[in-house]
Design a protein around this ligand. Structure first.
Ligand code: 1DF
Ligand code: MN
Length: 347
């Protein structure tokens, strides 16, 4: 396999999952008690934590490894660097005090791993959005003291969305620190999950995108990016379907504003699509598909689309080869695999 110098770029994978045995034990306890109030959590982690299928057991081991196995997997697939983030739903399920303590200790562990392997790993901070002021403070600590590169939020927080102004200290901190907020999927919130469940559509197959795309539209329509114009966001899975919707969202949003149709919709400074073009970046996690990648590159610009694998959930060597074969110029390919990630995450 060619090395980065022969290839002309380092492959940086920008949505790579990890977690700790402690968090996995706490998930198991919550599942056994059944007191978490989130059917999506039970569906997703009930499967990974207990299923005896080879895929579930394998994922459960891989996601908890931050050393030998992960590095060997990266070597076997030609991944030079992983941008690590605590796997969904992170600490968002826990009571605020537990969540804050776990966010801090996992950020410490992640920073320690990055210190041991600075050319192989970088990381995003975990925070507890259910304690917004503490989350903002932990983000600042993680960036300024630990060298983490931004923050991951796994969509809804116990059924709440970050368009509620009580969460906006987190956005203020990210903007002031000039680090990105990665809105990673979660299963649909308890309010909307029911029709997904009986056909097993709640997770990565589709529910993640429905949930996360909705969350991002709520942020835009609420005016988050008028309040925080320099806020940088990252979305996985090629934008959770939103790139396909730009025209219609702009058209309909204009009509809703002109009709003064809802107290929840105020005029924005710009069309919704402009925020998606200028505040957001997109990764290809799980979407190894040339027509869709080419479309998002054309729409958003080659400087806004980055490679991601979504290890260990979509750990497929052939997908890496297919990404290498994308019809891109050398400069575009360098941006896709390396340059954009280095700029957006300041690697
Ligand atoms: C899955 C996919 C699980 C993704 C994830 O975290 C995840 C999955 C629990 O396949 O069930 O992050 N993903 O981002 O597509
Ligand atoms: Mn993911």
């Amino acid at each position: 396999m060619p090395n980065p110098a022969e290839r002309g770029y380092r492959r940086i994978a920008t949505e790579e999952a990890w977690t700790t045995p402690e968090i996995m034990q706490r998930y198991q306890q919550m599942l056994e008690r059944g007191d978490h109030g989130d059917p999506g959590f039970a569906s997703l982690w009930g499967f990974f934590a207990t299923s005896q299928t080879p895929r579930a057991r394998d994922l459960y081991e891989r996601v908890q490894d931050l050393e030998a196995r992960r590095l060997a997997d990266m070597d076997a697939t030609g991944i030079d660097m992983q941008l690590l983030m605590l796997t969904a739903p992170g600490v968002q399920m826990f009571d605020p005090d537990t969540a804050c303590a776990l966010a801090a200790s996992t950020n410490d562990q992640l920073a320690e791993t990055v210190r041991r392997h600075p050319s192989r790993f970088a990381g995003l901070a975990a925070v507890a959005p259910q304690a917004p002021q503490a989350a903002a403070a932990e983000l600042e600590r993680a960036v300024t003291r630990l060298g983490l590169k931004g923050v991951v939020i796994n969509s809804h927080v116990n059924g709440e969305y970050l368009d509620d102004e009580k969460f906006w200290d987190i956005f203020a901190a990210a903007e002031a620190l000039d680090v990105p907020v990665y809105i990673h999927p979660n299963t649909p919130s308890p309010q909307m999950i029911e029709p997904f469940l009986s056909r097993c559509l709640d997770a990565a197959i589709y529910g993640f995108a429905a949930e996360t795309g909705l969350h991002v539209l709520r942020l835009i329509v609420a005016g988050v990016f008028d309040r925080f114009p320099r806020l940088k966001m990252v979305l996985g899975h090629l934008g959770e379907g939103l790139p396909y919707w730009l025209y219609r969202v702009d058209f309909m949003h204009g009509g809703i504003v002109r009709a003064n149709r809802s107290p929840g919709v105020k005029p924005l400074q710009r069309a919704p699509s402009e925020y998606l073009r200028e505040n957001f970046h997109y990764t290809t996690s799980g979407m190894c598909w040339e027509p869709a990648i080419t479309y998002v590159q054309q729409l958003m610009g080659h400087d806004r689309v980055m490679y991601a694998m979504d290890y260990p959930y979509q750990f497929v060597k052939e997908e890496v080869d297919a990404m290498d074969a994308l019809p891109l110029t050398p400069a575009q390919k360098h941006a896709f695999f390396q340059g954009n990630a280095e700029r957006v995450f300041k690697l």
